[in-house]
Design a protein around this ligand. Structure first.
Ligand code: 4AD
Ligand code: MG
Length: 475
C-alpha cells in the first residue's frame, strides 16, 4: 500500500496494472443494494488506507457477506484505476477478473476498535490490538526508523556496537531503584519449601547467582570497560527502574542508547549528543514524512516547524549555576511549584521553562552540584560540581544525561564512599583506573523520550509497544 499511495504521483503511474494488496479492513460500506462493496484497507506500511471497490461479479464476493467488518483481514486482487472520489488519486477495482480472499472475519459487535478515534488510555488497555490504530502504527514506524538512525549515526562515526548485560550485581546510578532477579522465591512457592535463611536473612549463596542480582538500570559501567579498550563504543538496549513513578515521562522498562568515548571531555560529549539528536530528527523528517504529517495533524500543530527549528540552530549551552540564576530571576513570573535554589535537582517544570520559555530550543546544562549526581561523574576543580551534562528539550525536559567520567582512582574511591557505596563492589570498574586510565565521557539518551520529542506524543506509555509501569506487566 505504501508503494501505491506514498508514490510521488499518488499511484497514478500504476493505473491499469493488476495488483494484489493484503491488509486489515478499516471501514466497509455497501452500495447499490449490495452489488458493490467499498473497503478501506490498511497494511501498516503507511498511515493511509487504500480504497478497494469490490464488484459483485468478483470471485469470492459472496464469502464477504456478514464477515467483512472493521478488523477483518483480506487479500484483494484487482486493477489500479483513477479514483473518482476525493482524497486519493487511485483505488483498486476488483471486478470479474479479480478476486477477494477473506483470511479472518470479524464479528463487528466484538471488535474493540472502531472508525471513530479512541482515547489513548483506552488504546493502552488493548495493547495487543492498538498497532492497528493510526496513532500506534505511526509511532511504531518512527520508532523503528529512529533505531535505524541510531545505528547509522554511530556506525558512520566509528563507534562499535557493544552488547551489555541486562542482569548485573552493579547499581550504576546508585539510586537503589533496581528490580531483583531471584529464582528462589518461585522455587519455594512451587515446592512449598521454606526460603533458605542464615541469621534471619535470605541466604543468597543458595540462589542462582549466589549473590543479589538485578536488572540493569544502565549499561554504562559495562560499556565503559569496552570504551577503555576500543575507544568509541555504544550500547543500545532495555534498562529497568523500579521507581514508583506515575508520570508521563517515566517507565519501569525503557530503552537507552549509551555511547562512550575515550580521550574525550565533557565538551566532546555535548558535541556528539547534539549531532546525534539532530541526526535522528533529520532522519525521521526524511524517511517518515507521512507519519510526521499524521502527528502534525492529530497530535501537535506546529510539530514540523518545531523539528525544523531544532535542526536549524545550535542548542543553548550554560552551566547549572547560570541556569539557577536565570530561574531565580524568572521565578516571580514563572510561579514554580518548587522554589529554585542552588543545589536542588531541577524538576521538569524548571527544565521545561528553560527550554520552552527562555531559549525556545534544546538546552544543554552542565557542571551540576556533585551531591545530586552519580558517583562516577568527574569532580571539577571547585570540588562542589561535577562534569555532568543534561540535554533538556521543549515539551519534555531531560532527554539525555551524561558526563565526563572520574578517571582518578583516589577521587573515585572517595566519591563511592561518600555516596554510601562500597568500593569493593566496583572492583572491576576501579581496575580501569589502575591500568591505563584515560579521560573519557559518555551519555545516555532515553529512547522513548526521543520518540516523544520527534512525534509530539505526550505520554511515554504510547511510544513503546508494551509499556511497563506500576501495576502493568500484561501482554
Ligand atoms: O540520567 P540517567 O539516569 O543517566 C544514566 O543512566 C547514565 N548512566 C547514562 C550514561 O551516562 N551512560 O538516564 C539517562 C536518560 C535520561 O536522560 C532519560 O532520557 C532516560 O534515560 N530515562 C528514562 N526514560 C524513561 N523512563 C525512565 N524511568 C527513565 N529514567 C531515565
Ligand atoms: Mg538524569
Amino acid at each position: 500500500i505504501k508503494k501505491i499511495l506514498a508514490a510521488e504521483d499518488g499511484g497514478k503511474g500504476l493505473i491499469g496494472q493488476k495488483i494484489s494488496v493484503c491488509g486489515w479492513v478499516k471501514t466497509v460500506r455497501e452500495a447499490e443494494k449490495g452489488k458493490l462493496c467499498f473497503v478501506q484497507l490498511n497494511d501498516g506500511s503507511v498511515p493511509l488506507d487504500i480504497q478497494v471497490v469490490i464488484h459483485s461479479e468478483a470471485k469470492g464476493f459472496d464469502t464477504l457477506k456478514g464477515k467483512v467488518g472493521t478488523g477483518a483481514s483480506m487479500k484483494c486482487i484487482g486493477q489500479i484505476v483513477e479514483s473518482p472520489g476525493r482524497g486519493q488519486a487511485v483505488e483498486l477495482s476488483v471486478k470479474d477478473s479479480g478476486e477477494v480472499i477473506l483470511f479472518g472475519g470479524v464479528d463487528a459487535k466484538d471488535y474493540p476498535l472502531s472508525k471513530k478515534g479512541h482515547s489513548h488510555e483506552f488504546l493502552r488497555s488493548i495493547a495487543h490490538l492498538r498497532p492497528r490504530s493510526n496513532l500506534i502504527g505511526c509511532v511504531a514506524r518512527v520508532r523503528a526508523a529512529l533505531a535505524q538512525a541510531t545505528h547509522e549515526f554511530f556506525r558512520s562515526n566509528g563507534f562499535l556496537y557493544v552488547h551489555t548485560p541486562l542482569i548485573t550485581a552493579a547499581d550504576c546510578e546508585g539510586a537503589g531503584e533496581m528490580f531483583q532477579v531471584t529464582t528462589m522465591m518461585a522455587e519455594a512457592e512451587k515446592d512449598g519449601k521454606p526460603l533458605p535463611m542464615v541469621n534471619g536473612k535470605f541466604d543468597y549463596s543458595k540462589d542462582f547467582f549466589q549473590k543479589p542480582a538485578f536488572l540493569t538500570v544502565s549499561g554504562q559501567l559495562s560499556v565503559e570497560n569496552y570504551c577503555c579498550s576500543l575507544s568509541k563504543v555504544y550500547t543500545f538496549g532495555p534498562t529497568f527502574r523500579a521507581e514508583n513513578s506515575h508520570t508521563s515521562r517515566h517507565l519501569a522498562e525503557f530503552w537507552m542508547i549509551e555511547p562512550e568515548l575515550a580521550f574525550a571531555d565533557i565538551f566532546d560529549d555535548m558535541n556528539i549528543a547534539e549531532d546525534y539528536l539532530k541526526y535522528c530528527v533529520s532522519y525521521a523528517m526524511t524517511h517518515n514524512r507521512a507519519d510526521l504529517d499524521f502527528f502534525e495533524d492529530k497530535i501537535e500543530k506546529g510539530l514540523i516547524k518545531r523539528l525544523e527549528n531544532l535542526l536549524a540552530e545550535p542548542f543553548a549551552r550554560l552551566t547549572y549555576t547560570e541556569a539557577i540564576d536565570i530561574l531565580i530571576k524568572e521565578s516571580p513570573k514563572a510561579g514554580f511549584g518548587v522554589p529554585v535554589e542552588w543545589g536542588m535537582d531541577l524538576g521538569s517544570e524548571h527544565e521545561r521553562y528553560l527550554a520552552e520559555k527562555v531559549y525556545k530550543k534544546p538546552v544543554i546544562l552542565y557542571n551540576y552540584p556533585k551531591d545530586i549526581k552519580a558517583f562516577y561523574m568527574r569532580l571539577n576543580e571547585d570540588n562542589r560540581t561535577v562534569a555532568a551534562m543534561d540535554v533538556l528539550a521543549p515539551a519534555i525536559g531531560e532527554v539525555i544525561g551524561g558526563s565526563q567520567r572520574e578517571e582518578r582512582l583516589d577521587v573515585l574511591d572517595r566519591r563511592i564512599t561518600e555516596m554510601g557505596l562500597e568500593p569493593k563492589d566496583y572492583w572491576w570498574y576501579r581496575d580501569l583506573r589502575r591500568f591505563g586510565s584515560v579521560p573519557h565521557s559518555g551519555f545516555g539518551l532515553g529512547f522513548e523520550r526521543l520518540i516523544m520529542l520527534t512525534t509530539g506524543v505526550e505520554n511515554i506509555r504510547d511510544v513503546i509497544p508494551y509499556p511497563r509501569y506500576p501495576g502493568h506487566a500484561e501482554f
